[in-house]
Design a protein around this ligand. Sequence first.
Ligand SMILES: [Zn+2]
Length: 89
Amino acid sequence: MELNKCKRCGAFFVTDNCVCPNCEPKDTIELSKLKDFLSENSFPNSIESLSFDTGITTKNLNRFLEQKDFSSFSSLLQSDNSGNLGIRL
Ligand SMILES: [Zn+2]
């Protein structure tokens, strides 16, 4: 088993997830919030406004939107030079 660094809090932990066991419930809550938001609203025109509307940080949004649950939105997204996802206008 390898040590992973939690994508949310930076703690080291041993599982195959990208967040530690402490942060997993927060990820789950935010993911369902994001799904609910996107099922009721049209996709906003920037990650920043999506962050503002959902209360989820842009860092976490970028991570969530790379997951295959959100692949239907991936055509709306593009990576910028620093590798962050942005919304294609
Ligand atoms: Zn964590």
